[in-house]
Design a protein around this ligand. Structure first.
Ligand code: TMP
Length: 209
């Protein structure tokens, strides 16, 4: 199966820019690759996204939020990610299951085991080959979004965003084989290089492979 790469991080970390850059790079190298995002990437997912991000919309409880995200995810895996991987296309996804552990688990306080179970059910156990974490201090990330009204997540408290960041770092440090932690404050070009190196290493058969 082709490579499945996920970009993660808190608000304003620069992951979407880097996900797009890696997608362009793979295409330029002549590889077949698609870029998608969560929540989103399908008709259903994009609708869920609008509801979840809209500030001042209808109330959504943490558990309802979890199931909306998982519903969008189940559709994305079924409609987009699995078919692409099976067709030999690399898949780059802007957020995936770790976002739910970070935001709904560490951030909102839902039980991590419940979330792991829901993630596993929604994805059928499909997990990425590489998760790139763009790590940036919370104030710096939110500061990049200044000048426009914050969405439902961006408007959460600093304490919420700090819990999200801590969650990401805990997950990434516990599984360095699968996670790459990149300092999101480094120049864009340098970040791009670090990510490309790790992706090339994944594509090259290792010693004894
Ligand atoms: P973004 O595309 O700007 O990152 O926006 C997506 C928002 O959705 C972001 O604030 C994080 C949130 N989110 C969750 O809370 N849990 C999830 O599982 C996912 C995929 C996203």
């Amino acid at each position: 199966m082709a490579l499945f790469i996920v970009f993660e991080g808190g608000e304003g970390c620069g992951k979407s820019t880097q996900a797009r850059a890696l997608h362009r790079h793979l295409l330029q190298e002549g590889q077949q690759a698609i870029l998608t995002r969560e929540p989103g990437g399908t008709g259903l997912g994009e609708r869920v996204r609008r509801h979840l991000k809209r500030p001042g919309g209808m109330p959504i409880s943490p558990l309802a939020e979890l199931f909306l995200i998982e519903a969008a995810r189940a559709q994305l895996v079924n409609e987009v990610i699995s078919p692409a991987l099976q067709a030999g296309q690399a898949v780059i996804c802007d957020r995936y299951t770790p976002s739910t552990l970070a935001y709904q688990g560490y951030g909102r306080g839902l039980d991590l085991e419940t979330i792991r179970g829901a993630n596993g059910t929604a994805t059928g156990g499909l997990s990425p080959d590489l998760i790139v974490l763009l790590d940036i201090p919370v104030e710096a990330g939110l500061g990049r979004k200044k000048g426009r009204a914050g969405d439902r997540f961006e408007s959460e408290s600093l304490a919420f965003h700090r819990r999200v960041r801590r969650g990401y770092l805990e997950m990434a440090r516990a599984d360095p084989e699968r996670w790459l932690i990149v300092d999101g404050r480094r120049p864009r070009q340098a970040i791009r290089g670090t990510i490309r190196e790790r992706v090339s290493a994944l594509r090259a058969p290792g010693p004894g492979a």
